[in-house]
Design a protein around this ligand. Structure first.
Ligand code: UDX
Length: 430
């Protein structure tokens, strides 16, 4: 099939490359000329394992990029993968994707062939019906439902494994409100369904929008629940990981996402949970459990600081912060739990020396004035205490380095450092 993907950000670039790999002819459309030129040269503007290989194989052949929305006219389906940033109150700002939907409509105006527009971006329930369909109609000058149809196909890509998550998914959610739209979505995903045999979920557009939020809200709440249980375990001197191992054996609970600690960050969980809370409130429902999910997450870095304060006098102390990325394998620090931890340390008058294998540059935008050490060993040397914020493998290999601390105190928020003799070691939930 000929497929257009509007937006060449993180999701757009990944799905464009993966659709090309599935055998489709793909046109990536972006307003940024630099991104378009790079894509046409086979270079990604984002880093994801496996993405460079796909671009190298398909750019200039089955994958082309352009700034011209007119390219949509040669395609049978267009995926909208544009950003839906958060507003101050947590609700999403749909103005960018709304403008994109209008441009898609304009490109299709006066055409005769039929076309499926698929919403890929994360939008709260009823956005497609209430905002995006009217925008397409305004651009096209005709009603959606005859020649132009609309579908919704949410994404469940994790940073650091986006390509394999796309090509080997647990499920594919095909949201459409009519048979024609659903059949065309099936056609797009047929090569993937044949290759990877995922569960195929047929849904309405509104259900598909909600499934994405429910998925992320559930996972974020699962982590906050194990963190709450972990906090209770800590009060009783119980190792929460041993408890998690046991409860994870119950199929209804499942063993994944039970690593308790300093909490969740990143670009998806915080944004999506906030957007769902805001949408629920606007609809007249008080999402008390989701409020608590966020409250527990916000509390975890504070609990680490309180544990540290039991062993170190924070004003004037030199504290090593190991790990700045929101999770290992990325330099992304968005909503990283290291941010409130560093803020808390600074507020208490401590001097921060930070180390991360890859995230110094991204964290410098938040904290230009703290010290960044060249290695974990350099950060620990002379420190009066250390906080472990990200579960990078290299922290598990630290050993003699702790001997160079002025006071060997480690508060581990990720259960990555091993307790050893001579070290005052506190796990957050164990
Ligand atoms: C997540 C979802 O997994 C993905 O499906 C969605 O589309 C986007 O959001 P991502 O943000 O890349 O993906 O990271 P993920 O690997 O899910 O981890 C999220 C956060 O939860 C990280 O901060 C991680 O450290 C934390 N986490 C995860 C825990 O604290 N404990 C766990 O057991 C698992």
């Amino acid at each position: 099939m000929n497929i257009a993907v509007v937006g060449s950000g993180y999701v757009g670039t990944t799905i464009a490359a993966c659709f090309a790999d599935l055998g489709h002819r793909v046109t990536a459309i972006d307003i940024d000329e630099g991104i378009v030129e790079r894509l046409n040269r086979g270079e990604a503007s984002i880093h994801e394992p496996g993405l460079d290989d796909l671009l190298e194989a398909h750019a200039g052949d089955r994958l082309r990029a352009t700034t011209d929305y007119g390219a949509i006219r040669d395609c049978e389906a267009t995926f909208l993968a544009l950003p839906t940033p958060s507003r101050e109150d947590g609700s999403i700002d749909a103005s960018i994707i709304e403008a994109g939907a209008r441009s898609v409509g304009e490109a299709l105006a006066g055409e005769e062939g039929d076309h499926l527009v698929v919403v890929k971006s994360t939008v709260v329930p009823s956005t497609t019906e209430g905002t995006l369909i009217p925008a397409i109609e305004a651009g096209a000058g005709e009603a959606v439902g005859e020649r132009i149809r609309v579908g919704m196909n949410p994404e469940f890509l994790r940073e650091g494994s986006a390509v394999t998550d796309f090509l080997e998914p647990d499920k594919v959610v095909l949201g459409a409100d009519d048979d024609w739209g659903r059949e065309r979505l099936f056609e797009v995903f047929a090569p993937l369904i044949e290759r990877a045999e995922p569960a195929v979920v047929e849904a309405t557009v509104r259900e598909a929008e909600m499934i994405k939020y429910a998925n992320n809200a559930f996972l974020a709440t699962k982590i906050s629940l194990i963190n709450e249980l972990g906090n209770i375990c800590k009060e009783f001197g119980i190792d929460a990981y041993r408890v998690a191992d046991a409860i994870g054996l119950d199929d209804r609970i499942g063993e994944q996402f039970l690593r308790s600690g300093v909490g969740w960050g990143g670009s998806c969980f915080p944004k999506d949970v906030d957007a769902l809370r805001a949408a629920a409130r606007e609809a007249g429902y008080e999402p008390e459990l989701l409020d608590a999910t966020v409250a527990v997450n916000d509390r975890q870095p504070e609990r680490m600081l309180a544990l540290l304060a039991e062993h170190a006098d924070l004003p004037g102390a030199r504290i090593a912060v190991l790990g700045l990325a929101f999770k290992p394998g990325t330099d992304d620090v968005r909503n990283s739990r290291a941010i409130p931890a560093i803020e808390g340390l600074t507020e208490r008058g401590a001097e921060v020396v930070a180390y991360d294998p890859v995230a110094h540059e991204t964290m410098r935008e938040h904290f230009p004035d703290i010290e960044y050490a060249a290695s974990a060993a350099a950060a620990l040397s002379g420190a009066d205490g250390a906080l472990v914020m990200t579960d990078w493998d290299e922290f598990a290999a630290l050993d003699d380095e702790f001997e160079d601390m002025a006071t060997p105190v480690v508060i581990d928020g990720r259960r990555v450092v091993e307790h050893r003799e001579g070290l005052v070691y506190e796990g957050l939930t164990w």
